[in-house]
Design a protein around this ligand. Sequence first.
Ligand code: NAP
Length: 285
Amino acid sequence: MSAQLIDGKAVAAKLREQVALDAAAFAEQYGRPPGLATILIGDDPASAVYVASKQRSCAEAGIEGFSFNLPADATREQAIATIEEANANPDISGIICQLPVPDHLDGVELTGLVDPLKDVDGLTTTSAGLLALGRPGLRPCTPRGVMMLLDEVGVELEGAEAVVIGRSNLFGKPMGQLLLERSATVTICHSRTKDLAGTCARADVLIAAVGRARMVEANFVKPGAVVIDVGINRVDDVLCGDVDFDAVSKVASAITPVPGGVGPMTIACLLDNTVIAARMAAEQA
Ligand code: NAP
């Protein structure tokens, strides 16, 4: 079998076009564009690249970008004051506090201080609670993007066996909940899972989010399964996922590449969440 390639770049481009239309409609109706604030603390080069790319994407979508940059030695009080300033600014519809933050700060505490109505990363206790209860709210971008890719290839989730490798708050747990919401039978694996390969081999939909290059080999995959690779790893300066793409694409029915699969969806969903947040806030005002 040679798997269908799930082209995240193309799906994300379509979503970004729609977001630009939605942002323009919002600006027309309310006389101001949706706004996204990025809060970057310290000088981690990868974080600086991510934040710059988010700001560029905002501009392309007609979303106003607000950049808050704090030095690596910023105090907890300064970081909190910055988040509170962004929370209070009515032109800012969404806020992301770029992780990781420097060691002397607590990233969970800081992201938790974002106004839940502006929580476009879906990481606050309120957003996580709304998701757990199946209530409307802002959903984390990467799991949302994965759901869109599964829908794009027409995967029937109801009753399907879905296995997620990874149980992080950022991805694995919300991914499991979104799949459950769509009536998949969900298993979440992690570093203590016994017989990882055997558990994964039951999956109709297998999603890997570990951060270990090419750990998902062909024997993890049931013939015909849909495989989504969330991992981002750098090996000898080349980007690769958690899935051994060459081997698994001979067994799976559809598979995402790395790069060009899940990654582009994350940023497109962040922009979409920003417009959704802008509308939610405007309609509640
Ligand atoms: P994380 O917080 O480090 O979580 C990794 C998870 O993998 C943990 O639950 C861990 O289990 C599990 N794990 C580690 N070794 C394992 C093993 N040998 N067998 C089974 N499970 C194992 O990472 P994350 O934030 O969820 O991100 C995971 C990967 O996705 C990373 O490569 C990250 O860069 C990527 N990512 C990509 C995007 C995107 O936009 N494409 C977005 C988010 C994340 P324990 O809980 O037991 O330790």
